[in-house]
Design a protein around this ligand. Structure first.
Ligand SMILES: [Zn+2]
Length: 128
């Protein structure tokens, strides 16, 4: 029986092994983010995926992620059929296509979990 406030789920041995190995391989990095158990790691991965899905659902199919670097996100905006490059400038995300820091592209870039995680570590603020 799981402890109070928790529910258990069953996964295949293959899935379990895969996550267990990935967790073991990055235990140190994960501990920095406050993840200290295999179930914490799986919860984190599921939550991250859910956020990405939600971000995609809001803007899809308009926006497509092309690439993500440390401080630069390249998106394809299919509505205007243009590439939007969003990069960190003076501590805020700035869209080079719109030349502003509060457009759809910045919002979409910021909602990507890998961007959000990297930027919040650098202290970059979410667009208001
Ligand atoms: Zn833009």
């Amino acid at each position: 029986m799981p402890k109070e406030g928790f529910k258990s789920i069953t996964v295949s041995e293959t899935v379990y092994k895969r996550f267990n190995e990935a967790y073991a391989n990055s235990k140190d990095t994960l501990a920095v983010r406050g993840i200290r158990s295999l179930s914490g790691y799986i919860s984190y991965m599921l939550e991250e995926r859910m956020q990405e899905n939600e971000a995609m659902a809001v803007h899809a199919p308009r926006m497509k992620k092309i690439s993500v670097d440390d401080d630069r996100v390249v998106l394809l905006d299919s509505k205007v059929n243009r590439i939007a490059e969003v990069a960190v400038q003076n501590g805020v995300m700035f869209c080079q296509l719109c030349e502003e820091n509060n457009c759809l592209h910045v919002g979409f870039a910021y909602a990507l979990p890998e961007v959000y995680t990297a930027l919040s570590k650098q202290g970059v603020k979410e667009p208001a």
